[in-house]
Design a protein around this ligand. Structure first.
Ligand code: ATP
Ligand code: MG
Length: 180
């Protein structure tokens, strides 16, 4: 599966619509301190459903919305869209290209979309389960996380292997049916 495009609008330091097209191979994002490199990673985690403001380096969810600068007013909402190539059908959806979007307004209203159709956060989580790409998966490895994986308890490390082996979806379904 290939991440083809990241579109940010009103997200953190990206006040205006910004598109990053990603090619095959390795992509490096370079820039001076404070230029927004980590904000791009935050955007990827956020659109995949990250709910922890701490992990997004903020103190409240509103902190993801562009807060204004000397020459731009603050924005009322933040939106991020990822475009993924799904030709290999790793995502269990019939389309060969998949768009995932999240929008968040200052009043706290939240919206998620899969291919421009509004959906629940749960649908996003389920779509990415067992693909290694979900918000808790290993597709985004932050600073210190390698150490964390090496020093974690076996029970915690097991979660990573479960995601990689593709059984998280079944465990989650089992849990849901037990709870019903
Ligand atoms: P470093 O090389 O130091 O890691 P970086 O390129 O990763 O830097 P980021 O952490 O992505 O930088 O960007 C930080 C910048 O984003 C800061 O200047 C901060 O003011 C700005 N920023 C973060 N949240 C918002 C927001 N809600 N509105 C406007 N600007 C924001
Ligand atoms: Mg950084």
């Amino acid at each position: 599966m290939l991440l083809k495009k990241i579109e940010l609008q009103g997200f953190k330091s990206f006040a205006n619509k910004t598109q990053l097209e990603i090619d095959r191979g390795v992509t490096a994002i370079v820039g001076p301190n404070g230029s927004g490199k980590s904000n791009i990673i935050d955007a990827i985690k956020w659109v995949l459903g990250e709910q922890s403001v701490k992990s997004l380096r903020g103190s409240k969810m509103e902190d993801v919305i562009f807060s204004g600068s000397s020459d731009s007013r603050q924005k009322n909402y933040a939106q991020v869209t990822l475009t993924l190539d799904n030709k290999q059908k790793l995502l269990d959806i019939e389309y060969s290209e998949v768009n995932i979007s999240r929008r968040y307004f200052r009043d706290g209203q939240s919206q998620y979309f899969i291919n421009k159709t509004e959906c629940r956060l749960k649908d996003i989580h389920e779509l990415f389960m067992d693909t290694g790409l979900g918000k808790e998966a290993y597709s985004v490895i932050g600073q210190g996380q390698v150490d964390e994986i090496l020093t974690s308890r076996p029970e915690e490390r097991r979660i990573i292997f479960e995601e990689a082996s593709g059984i998280v979806k079944y465990k989650s379904k089992k849990l849901q049916s037990i709870q019903k």
